[in-house]
Design a binder for this molecule. Structure first.
Ligand code: HEM
Length: 382
């Protein structure tokens, strides 16, 4: 079956997949750029052995240096091994008992009675930044500075990439700041850099100091902006849903709700990969060296897998939803993220009588770290 060539797909728009012809899962957008949209096809391509993440022209590796997201094979496995201890079940348990409740309580108290059209800009980042700064051993007074530097880096992960002197300046400053913090805190033993340096030495992993630092920066970007985007979508969905907030006190309902928000509003809408050789998918040849845009957003709303895909349905089977991607690069922070979101949702349901979206332009922003924007939400206390 021939690929459909679509020269006008506006890739800068979130949900660009909606502009592609229906009935196909593999679309040749331009020469050397292929979009994959069906649920099954997205799963297949992300786990395909001839599909790679590394590319010499990738903006993220240019700005950050070699890092986990842009590596393959043994180097990629070495990066993942560095991260494993900070994301272990024991560490997550610790964060869930101590750090997370404090951050969640602070935010919830601040939101009491608030009516805002800036939830995404003013509130959504607080818990993720507080958490990742603590994990990295960064002085909490620097959280806002880290936020200002990290936000523009989202553009490095978009496709097509927006690469400006500002993004490079932010990346360089972030690397310096993380290094400064390491020096200031040397010896406490718990920060991410110290933990990953120890893991490297103990497991005799051959990665340079700069590769260790870029792992820390990547951890920072991946752990904060994804979660902030998700928290915005979570509040938006709570505010627009007809059932009562008290239903979210039930842990099973809560778990289903969180999964449905992840399915409908995956913060990472598109994952970019490259074909290391000619690949045949859905009867279409994806030529060697093509960029492959795997649309998680499309896979998560594939009507062949999810009946009434645009509807939030508590209790539906979400096994084929892929907000954390699949394959070698599947998100290592998924359990941490879900633990954080579960605790936050439970606390919101306890604290508030109603969370209502009272104004809504129904707009979604961005491809990497995507979420609804331009809505007003009111947190009414009990
Ligand atoms: C809603 C929350 C989150 C979502 C939706 C999410 C989603 C994703 C996705 C889709 C990828 C794969 C990207 C790719 O293959 O190009 C990824 C990778 C990654 N995520 Fe997450 N993530 C979330 C939270 C977190 C958190 C909390 C952390 C750490 C604290 C984290 C750390 C990472 C890292 C280090 C990678 C790179 C993995 C690799 O390349 O092997 N993420 N994430």
């Amino acid at each position: 079956m021939p690929a459909v060539t679509t020269r006008t797909a506006p890739l800068t728009e979130p949900n660009w997949y909606r502009h592609l012809p229906a009935g196909r899962d593999v679309h040749l957008l331009h020469e050397g750029v292929v979009a994959v949209t069906g649920n099954d096809a997205v799963h297949q391509i992300l786990a395909h052995p001839a599909v790679v993440a590394e590319h010499p022209l990738k903006a993220s590796s240019r700005a950050l240096g070699p890092n986990v997201l842009d590596a393959d094979g043994p180097q990629h496995r070495a990066f993942r091994a560095l991260l494993a201890p900070v994301l272990s079940a024991g560490r997550i348990d610790d964060y869930a008992r101590t750090l997370m409740p404090r951050l969640i309580d602070d935010l919830t108290e601040e939101l009491a009675g608030v009516r805002t059209n800036e939830f995404d800009a003013r509130y959504a980042h607080r818990i993720p930044y507080g958490l990742v700064c603590a994990v990295l051993g960064i002085d909490t007074a620097l959280e806002e500075r880290f936020h200002t530097l990290t936000r523009p880096l989202a553009q490095l992960l978009d496709y097509p990439t927006v690469e400006t002197p500002q993004t490079h300046r932010c990346a360089a400053e972030l690397l310096d700041l993380i290094e400064e913090q390491r020096i200031a805190r040397d010896g406490s033993g718990t920060s991410l850099l110290e933990t990953i340096e120890r893991t490297r030495d103990r497991k005799a992993i051959t990665l340079s100091d700069s590769e260790v630092r870029s792992t820390a920066v990547l951890f920072f970007i991946a752990g904060t902006e994804t979660s902030s985007a998700y928290i915005t979508s979570l509040v938006y969905c709570i505010g627009r849903t007809v059932f009562g907030l008290e239903e979210l006190l039930d842990s099973e309902v809560r778990a289903h709700f969180l999964e449905e928000v992840l399915r409908l509003y995956p913060p990472v809408q598109t994952v970019v990969r490259f074909a290391a050789e000619d690949i045949t998918l859905d009867g279409v040849t994806v030529p060697r060296h093509s960029a492959i845009l795997a649309s998680i957003a499309a896979a998560n709303r594939d009507p062949r897998v999810f009946a009434y895909p645009d509807r939030l349905v508590i209790g539906r089977d979400t096994k084929r939803s892929a907000p954390f991607a699949v394959g070698a690069h599947a998100c290592p922070g998924a359990v941490l993220a879900k633990t954080e979101f579960g605790l936050l949702t439970a606390r919101l349901a306890e604290r508030f009588r109603e969370i209502a979206v009272v104004g809504d332009e129904r707009r979604i922003e961005s491809q990497s770290f995507s979420h609804p924007v331009d809505f007003t939400v009111h947190f009414r206390v009990k």
